[in-house]
Design a protein around this ligand. Sequence first.
Ligand code: G1P
Length: 291
Amino acid sequence: MIKPLRKAVLPVAGLGTRFLPATKAMPKEMLPVVDKPLIQYAVDEARAAGIEQFCLVTGRGKTALVEHFDIAFELEAMLRERHKDAELKLLHEASLPPGAFVEVRQQVPLGLGHAIWCARAFIGEDPFAILLPDDLVLSQTPCLKQLADVYDQTGGCVVAVTEVPHEKTSSYGILDIASDDGKLVAVKGLVEKPRPEVAPSNLSIIGRYVMRPEVIAELARMDRGAGNEVQLTDAMARLIGRMPFHGLRYEGHRFDCGSKVGFLEAQIAFALKRPDLAPAVSAFLKNYVAA
Ligand code: G1P
């Protein structure tokens, strides 16, 4: 029997140095794309894929992320008094039900694999999703839902993948492909951040995963990989052959909001999707670029 996917882990302990000074006193995951923080895009996407329980893997200075999903009691009371129903609705959408989220701390920055291992008590024996909030995907069907549908069929691990330019393989986890039907890729190996000369393909993992709990035992070995960090990719690679393992070429456009250009592109793309903003933004872009 395939266990239902109900849990998600969101690693958010990173320092966000690429966005200083914006991130000096504010977690980078609170940076808004249009009017919603990155962390909430990730949580909303997960909810749309049937996730009910969340674990934020945080670090020092990340309290605002936990506050964001709490109920803002005074603010709600004030809005109710002033009959600001639309704003109240936005606040409700930004909170999680009682008991639906926990925080664990990654006290030392030992890598993504170590961050996931920190959530082991939350994960227990259940399958779980991982969402890296830096990666934002604009799509018809939420990206994690596309992965969850594959998991429901296979019961194995599924990672979201996309082609990157060959010279960029050293920024990503890269797939060694067993077979490929153009959408679903059977994986025979995974390498974290290989140099282009040794990369087995240019198909890279983006920040959406459905994982089986067996990955935790592999992470617990604490083997150091690329960048001398405990790599999730290395632990996942050791699951191949023991369970189905697929890459999914998801439908949608991925924005790397960990980079300035990607973050700016996301602002524009998401604004152009908003009926209330699109006409003004697109008129501005046309005129501004022309000038
Ligand atoms: C992490 C993973 C990498 C993956 C990437 C996607 O790398 O280690 O395998 O391809 O996220 O964004 P990071 O971006 O944290 O260096």
